[in-house]
Design a protein around this ligand. Structure first.
Ligand code: PAF
Length: 282
């Protein structure tokens, strides 16, 4: 695996593969890689002949007071994991490389509607930051396919709309959530949890799973959401949101069949997100 730090080196390396007519798969990440990221690389491998991963902690998607400085940076470890997973090229740009005119003057990409509410409601500007950096990476790498995790359900919906609206000729592949044995969705932010919090954290998934069972059995939606919020609070979470939406993130209505439960909740200083899809009885 070659690690490339600047744009000319990336373009040169990609040019060689394009001349050989090879399909290129992209896996954008912020590093501190875990099995969830490696599942993205494995998926990209199945869809493309060349896999390009990126590691860049994108300042544009962090709000004031969020964990930009604390976000774990573990490049040597990430390189070893990517190499073992069969990644071909790793692009690790600096902030000055991606945003040479500074963050304030940076042209931004905004994907309306789907970026609003849920994580977009509690993290204003977050999805503009994601959409901007992903657009830049799409332009630089020009992949045939790009893989994103379904844990960030809203992010995946934002990126699908971004690709459709800006006519990027890129296939977007969503990759199922990878969970620890106790059900906790893998996340780089799990490393912030202390021992007691780590023991409580799977309750987020267990609560969603219990709610899914109730909703699929025909229990009323509002009462199920209320008891889910209450359960999260009882075990020590500070829920940010807990919502039921149609799978396209439109509000769930009486005719919604395929739906998704989405939650974000704080445990101490750590903000965790999770989701579960379900089928509502008609
Ligand atoms: O999901 C992430 O890790 C980030 O939001 C992404 C897509 C790499 C953009 O910085």
């Amino acid at each position: 695996m070659r690690t490339l730090r600047d744009i000319p080196a990336l373009r040169e390396a990609l040019g060689e593969h394009r001349r050989r007519d090879q399909r290129i798969g992209l896996v954008p990440t912020m590093g501190n890689l875990h099995a969830g990221h490696l599942a993205l690389v494995e998926t990209a491998r199945r869809h493309a002949e060349v896999v390009v991963a990126t590691v860049f902690v994108n300042p544009l998607q962090f709000g004031a007071g969020e964990d930009l400085e604390a976000y774990p940076r573990t490049l040597a470890d990430d390189q070893a994991k990517l190499e073992a997973a069969g990644c071909d090229l790793l692009f690790t740009p600096t902030e000055a490389t991606l945003y040479p005119r500074g963050l304030v003057n940076q042209t931004r990409v905004c994907v309306p509607a789907v970026s609003e509410g849920l994580c977009g409601g509690s993290r204003p500007g977050h999805f503009d930051g994601v959409s901007t950096v992903v657009s830049i990476l799409f332009n630089l790498v020009q992949p045939d396919v790009a893989c994103f995790g379904e844990k960030d359900y809203q992010q995946l919906a934002v990126i699908r709309k971004l690709v459709a609206d800006l006519h990027f000729p890129i296939e977007i592949v969503g990759v199922p959530i990878v969970r620890a044995e106790d059900g906790l969705a893998l996340s780089s932010r799990n490393g912030y949890l202390d021992q007691a919090e780590r023991a409580t954290a799977p309750e987020l998934h267990h609560t969603l799973a219990a709610m899914r069972e109730a909703l699929e059995a025909g229990e009323p939606i509002e009462a199920t959401l209320d008891s889910g919020r209450q359960r999260l609070q009882e075990v020590g979470f500070d829920p940010d949101y807990l919502e039921l939406r149609a799978t396209d993130l439109e509000p769930a209505t009486a005719t919604t069949h395929e739906a998704v439960l989405l939650a974000a909740a704080r445990l101490g200083k750590t903000r965790l997100i999770d989701n579960l899809t379900l089928t509502l009885p008609q």
